[in-house]
Unconditional design. Structure first.
Length: 155
């Protein structure tokens, strides 16, 4: 005669796993899953868990890697920001899209101006329109240096 207990009582004895055994099994599975999830989140790099819009600033580049008269386009959530280094001590950050048509802006270092290649609107370094059909200025953002790294803050 087989004395092995049945898991679901299929042998007709009416004995199977009771409520307490099922509850204990579910709690153990839940604890193992929680430990595995916690270990996975601990191992992942932190930037994958950050919400860009909730951060106080976005990193642009190291100051040494950002030459004078150059620009960088950075993303902050769904916004594009154009960061310009016009002189060794001056950084400017303005919205990276034209307010009239949403086209990505371009920095022309020879002319020291910001241009919308779609609508041909020209802006100065302060984001004010100089020529073109737009009268809306570009939104500006504060730029600061910390430990040799350039950051753009909230407007």
């Amino acid at each position: 005669m087989d004395t092995t207990p049945s898991v679901n009582g299929a042998d007709g004895s009416g004995k199977g796993l009771g409520f307490n055994e099922l509850l204990l099994g579910a709690v153990i599975v839940f604890i193992v899953f929680g430990i595995a999830l916690s270990a996975t989140l601990y191992v992942l790099p932190g930037e994958h868990l950050e919400i860009p819009e909730a951060q106080p600033a976005v990193r642009v580049a190291r100051e040494a890697d950002f030459p004078v008269a150059s620009s960088r386009m950075v993303r902050w959530g769904d916004r594009a920001i154009l960061v310009i280094r016009s002189t060794p001590d001056r950084f400017v950050a303005v919205q990276g899209t034209a307010p009239s048509d949403g086209c990505l802006l371009r920095w022309e270092e020879e002319a020291l101006r910001i241009v919308s290649p779609c609508s041909y609107v020209v802006y100065d370094l302060a984001g004010r329109p100089v020529t073109g059909l737009s009268t809306r200025p570009l939104q500006g953002f504060p730029v600061f240096l910390r430990d040799g790294v350039v950051y753009v803050g909230r407007a």
